[in-house]
Design a protein around this ligand. Sequence first.
Ligand code: SF4
Length: 123
Amino acid sequence: MFNEWVEVRRIYLIRIRNETTDLHKWAMSPSLRQIILTIGQDVRDCHACYDCDILDTIEQDISLGSLVQMVLLNDEDVLSSHTLWSDAVLKSAQHMCKRGLNLEEIILALRQEAERRGLTVGK
Ligand code: SF4
């Protein structure tokens, strides 16, 4: 009984330590929106109109509008999406946003961040 209690306590302490480390890492890394801001693009300008979603390629798993919205939500899954790594999407992205966001530059900056974080699954 005592050994079980010690084991439970040990697992609990490991979990607390790992969660604290994850929280610390999360708090220390800049958000995806902040990373995009460094290239002069502010994804808060996205009105979620989805006018950019006229592309229809099988390489896309999320729409361009959703990609921008995921950046706003700091959703790291965007970094491993197939859309991010599609060359067809990249080629057409530059003039897609009717609100002036340069989606091509945003994609390139996100690719760079994905490589930095080792998240290139969608590549
Ligand atoms: S067209 Fe521009 S503003 Fe509209 S959803 Fe796409 S990225 Fe956002």
